[in-house]
Every structure is written in structure tokens, then in C-alpha cells.
Design a binder for this molecule. Sequence first.
Ligand code: XMP
Length: 319
Amino acid sequence: DWTMAAFRQQAVEAIRKQVGKGRVICGLSGGVDSSVAAVLIHEAIGEQLTCIFVDHGLLREGEAEQVVELFRGHYNIPLVHRDASHLFLGELALLEEPELKRKTIGRLFIDVFEEEAKKIGGADFLAQGTLYPDVIESVSFTGGPSVTIKSHHNVGGLPERMRMKLVEPLRELFKDEVRALGRELGLPERMVRRHPFPGPGLAIRVMGDIDKEKLDILRKADAIYLQEIENAGLYDAIWQAFAVLLPVRTVGVMGDARTYDRVCALRAVTSTDGMTADFFPFPMDFLGRVSTRIVNEVRGINRVVYDVTSKPPGTIEWE
Ligand code: XMP
């Protein structure tokens, strides 16, 4: 794609010009945006870049390992991997309210990130994978408390406190363009295709208060759901798909025994920018297959429901 090749070249030059001989740190989340930003910046300034991956313990199955393997193993980009899951889960225990969860995660994230940045001697620049829709959405989010629907912690917070200049090479791009740039940069297809994933991770997909046991149950259900979506060849037709663990227990029957376990809700939507979305019309036999697998294979879940709400009036995430 010649336009992306040109963009890549221009962006590399702009980064070199902005950064000079300065040092840059980049926070990785495991998602497409921060990964593409990091690889692009690494191409521009090499070892002047260090990546910091704050692992909050709220990622999906195998995700943390994939980030480390991609950056250390594949790209050989300097990477600090801080496993802070105990800290996060400890502070989140008993919190039920979604905004309280988000704010707590955002605060801890900044604390840990800052701590790790200090350990490596700080930097002159902070790199972020901010996209054009993030720029617009964060503007509307500052329009006053009455219009804040969800406070996203991946935009803002860090820069003011750490007094670093921002490097945001993706600021003018939409998601599909970032994916094209990722391909241009040779990122693995499984990374480039990846659905968006919220900064607070699975904390906002376990409804109400969270703990390790619930997170593990959700991880298993989510992995089965995504695997079936892949098998059915539907992954790329969907904007986001994920499982949600509900705080409700219902009665079921397994063999000849009574069960009294949790409900898992499945969500899948189509969208172009996350601002509006339609629920994805899965074939019924697909939903049946996923439901059977989850109930048979995941201990702790005995009922599966599918969310058929579009946005608006629903949001994509349940919290
Ligand atoms: P909603 O649920 O508001 O989500 O329809 C729109 C898009 O934003 C993602 N999302 C978040 N991303 N921090 C993030 O980084 C958050 O707190 C957050 N909440 C929602 C959501 O996954 C969807 O892509």
C-alpha cells in the first residue's frame, strides 16, 4: 500500500525531528495502537526508546506472554514488564461501581508506570498510541461531569504529572489505517487484526466486585467464545466480541444433579469507530455451540445469554 509506505516514511522523519537525541518511553497495553506506535518509533529512533508494560492482571488468556514475546523475542525492543496484578487486584477488591473501578485502575496505572519510568532514569518524551477518534472522544468527555459516560484512563493523566512531551504518531489515523500501518511495518497478522480492548480490561467485564476466581472463570469463557468465532471465520467481520460475567446465579441441571451457578453474557458488535454499534447477527447454531461448550467446559457457569442491544442506547461494554 503506497499511501501507508509514504505515511511510514514521513512519520519516521517527523519522530526523528521531534525527538532528536532525547529518550522516549512508551506504555504498551497489548493492543494494536500502542504496539504499532512502539514499532514505528523504534524504527525511527531505535534504542532511544524503552517500552513499559504494566501488567494489571486484567488481561485475557495468554495476552501478557504474547506482548513480551513480540517485543523482546520478535523485535528485540527494550521492554520493562512489571507484573502488578497483586497490587491491582488488592486495591480493586470490593469495588463495585464501574467509574470507581476505572479511576482506581487509572490511578494505580500511573503510579506503577511512573515508578518504572524512574527506575530506568526517566525520559524526555512519552509516546502514546492515541488515534483520531480518541482525540475527539476525549474532547467530548471533558465537557462536564454530566456528559461523562465512561472515563477512559488511556488518554491523559500521565503527561501532566510526568511533565514529558508527547509523541503521538497515530493522532491523525483511524483504526483501519493503524491496522494498515501495522501490516506495512510487518507486525504479525494476529496482532494487527486484534479487536479493541479497554484499558481497564476484564475489570469492567466482571460485573460488580472482582476477584481472581471470577477473572479466571471469565478468561476461560472468553477464550472459548473467541476461538469459536475464529473457527467460524467471523473474527474480522466483528468490531469487538467478548464475554461478560454476571453477578447472578441461576438454577440448572447437569447430568442428574442440580447446579446453581453464574450467568455469562456474550457480546459482539459491528462498528466503524466504537461511537455507535450494532449487535452482530450470529447464526443460532453458532450461539448454541458456544453456549454448550462454555457450560460444559467452564466450571462456575451454567447459563449463557446473548446481548442484542445496539449502541445507542446500550454501550459496547456492560460497565
Ligand atoms: P462503550 O462501552 O463506551 O465503549 O460503548 C466504546 C469503546 O471504548 C472502549 N472502552 C474503553 N477503553 N478505557 C478504554 O481504554 C475504558 O475505560 C473504556 N471503556 C470502554 C470499549 O471497549 C469500546 O471499544
